[in-house]
Design a protein around this ligand. Sequence first.
Ligand code: PEP
Ligand code: MG
Length: 583
Amino acid sequence: MSEEKRLRGVAAAPGIAIGLSYVFTLESDDVMRYPITPGQITDEIARFESALIQTRIQILEMQQQIAEAIGAKDAGIFDAHLLVVEDQSLIDEVLRKLEADHCNVEFVFQEVANRFIASLSKIDDPYLRERALDIQDVTRRVIRNLQGKEARPFLSVEEPHILIAHNLTPSDTATMNREQVRGFALDLGSRTSHTAIMARSLGIPSVVGLHNVTELLTSGSNVLIDGYNGLLIVDPSEETLRAYREIERRQGALTEQLVRLRETKSTTRDGKHIVLSANIELPEEVESVLGQGAEGVGLYRTEFLYLNQSTLPTEEEQFEIYRSVAQRLAPHPLIIRTLDLGGDKISDNIENGDEMNPFLGWRAIRFCLENLDIFKAQLRAILRASVAGNVKMMFPMISGLDEVRSGLAVVAECKEELRREGRVFADDLEIGAMIEIPTAAIVADLLAREVDFFSIGTNDLIQYAVAIDRTNERVAHLYEPTHPGVVRLLKMVADAAHAHDIWVGVCGEMAGEVLFTPLLLGLGMDELSAGASLVPRVKSAVQSLTMTECERLLEEVLQLDTPSAVLARCTELAQKNYPELLN
Ligand code: PEP
Ligand code: MG
């Protein structure tokens, strides 16, 4: 038995998962095996042939570049590579095995090539050993071409596993095979990276920010993910497994208790009702929003419709989706956030020129105001869907008044067009601004005159206020929601909203953390929107508190001078009122 090892990272999504690891690295040559039907063999052969042609072209290009740079003699080394893609005995063997084994061609090709490499390496002849290296190199290239540049082979793993990777994109997480991925652990990432947010939405226990877990582990190890405390345990002992079974039992009992709150109101002990809604990334999450007892959707991250697609979604496609989500939620509100591509959510369909600082770059409203065709298709779809339920919309990444006014002008233009076309829409649909850039918080009094509500995106607001990349695990410890500067910004926004008689909510991850519920209530937030699975906990916290104690907490906190002092005071109040909700 190997000794148990514990690796500490950042708790990204709660829950416990136990299983065998599957380690995916970008350099990894792991090729998954999956079955194909006899009818698919022709397609596999076609894929193989085009990968060979592509590889041949790549080798010729490389040869040309080398010839231009250092001379034709050195470029000659690629002749041997070209011979590999033209090696008829290798190709014939692949075709024969494809017919015999009925599995995907990259797997078959890898097997055949490995056999060739192994037998050539065994022969004591320097020339043949060189040939083996050539075959290895070309094999890797052919497989990469077969998988496509962006291929993520772990997406097709057919066994239950714990996925260990350097990084995952939010779209990887969205398309992950949820039947098989029991949990994941990543080198990179932090709690507010969109990958972590997706993991929470999908209920996949995860630990991120482990720095070098992909170097420490190999596939097939026994691992346990503790998504509550941010631990990855390798070769857990019997005693550890027993302790975790007990934690699972207690969490199960708590969940059952919280389920009973579903039909109850999120009202404080002294009678203030806080609207408690949920965030979604995918339309199918609506069922869990309702199941967890949320009062609607406070943030629909529509950019997920634009990820993993070969083309951009049309107005009609979006209209159908928004209408169906709005209908299922009615009479509860559906707040659709207009497209927020950029940052860590990049669409293959949009050329963003590999920005140096994507979080400070061409994203969200900035992108939309320069791509009016894409923006208007979405706005028209939202407006048309607005009659199907209680639809509101909001603009992300507003930095000041001009962007709000420009966004509203485009909405007015879309309304005019729809009117001319004789289409129906809710003319009084509420339009809000997300407050997630410090300048927007500072000029919230100006913005409040133009919009119907504010929704504070604390994930971004904190990253920009404290200058901490929200996805970078190295600085994750400095990402502090309780920074006195952040508390003051939140207060400015809430006060400005109320001075202008509009409502204000929080839809960043802070809204789902029960440690901060008293502070957010004390600040006067009218709405909290959290990942659906967190809603029952937040509701339970709200029900345990009084506004009087939350307001007193805020007064005290405004006198404190460090993030840790503010955090300690928040923790104290949470501990007093609902210790069972703190992990
Ligand atoms: C936020 O920034 O807090 C927010 C809710 O938006 P996102 O996490 O999608 O950037
Ligand atoms: Mg944001």
